[in-house]
Design a protein around this ligand. Structure first.
Ligand code: URA
Length: 264
């Protein structure tokens, strides 16, 4: 998706900064009510009120967070007044906001000063790759909930080359001390210098799960990298860098977590 100048200039991914005027039809589209064009029809039909007054003028503007906008008497709010970022976590950073032993944490890599974002789930200190940062507690909670089975894809370098039996066990379920893992998708990507690179997709999020799965089949992990979280890809984001989620990525993530366009 191409980013507009407007969104590129917006630091936190709130689409339109709270407190700034925007056209009513755009606001309605952001709220998931309708496309901008259809929103114009809804406005013209006199179905939209701003602060209790019916508004039919096309040039009307509203300020999100200040004006109360209703459609057919129902108040509408933008789903993405929160901030959503992707971080490419480097190795050596712990996934916590404060580390009692003073190690570098993902808080040191936060994209915006003064806005408290938290990581969705956890990557081990030595794991690299995609971590979502947000202040949307509801979405974060759902993304981590086993009920929604959001899949995560990892690229793993392991000692030795797992054979057919090891692959089958990884795919069907590995017996770990906290129970058997759910079926996973596993694919051999490369073999070099006696180590194998494997892509593994899991739908659970247990502690050190991928490392424990491979250790259990006799192939300890040398390096672990998350390349995808549900519909969101890390792409070529450099290590240590952050980027705001695109609107379509956020919509897909919300859908994966069972949230409709206009909830939240
Ligand atoms: N599985 C692991 O073992 N470690 C991670 O950081 C993520 C998944």
């Amino acid at each position: 998706m191409t980013r507009t100048m407007e969104t590129m200039m917006t630091a936190p991914r709130t689409t339109t900064p709270e407190g700034e005027p925007e056209r009513l039809q755009r606001f309605l589209a952001r709220c998931g009510v309708a496309s901008r064009r259809h929103a114009e029809t809804i406005i013209a039909q006199g179905r939209v009120q701003v602060n209790g007054e019916v508004v039919t003028a096309m040039g009307a503007t509203v300020v999100s967070g200040r004006d109360v906008v209703t459609v057919d008497g129902v108040t509408v709010t933008p789903p993405n007044a929160h901030a959503y970022y992707v971080l490419h976590k480097p190795a050596g950073y712990v996934t916590t906001l404060k580390d009692p032993s003073g190690r570098p944490t993902v808080a040191d890599l936060m994209p915006i000063e003064g806005r408290r974002l938290f990581p969705v789930g956890r990557l081990d200190r030595d794991t690299t790759g995609l971590l979502i940062l947000t202040d949307d507690g509801e979405l974060a909670h759902r993304l981590m909930h086993p009920r929604y089975h959001v899949d995560k894809s990892y690229v793993v370098v392991v000692r030795g080359v797992p054979g057919t039996q090891a692959f089958r066990t990884l795919e069907e379920g590995v017996d770990l001390d906290d129970g058997r893992t759910a079926p996973a998708e596993v694919e051999l990507v490369d073999v070099a210098g006696g180590d194998a690179t494997v892509r593994v997709v899991i739908r659970e999020g247990r502690k050190r799960q991928v490392r424990r799965m491979f250790s259990a089949v006799g192939h300890p992990v040398v390096s672990l990298h998350r390349e995808r979280f549900g519909p969101v890809l890390l792409g070529d984001l450099p290590e240590g860098a952050t980027r705001p989620l695109e609107e379509d990525e956020l919509a897909a993530l919300r859908a994966a977590a069972g949230l409709s366009e206009n909830e939240g």
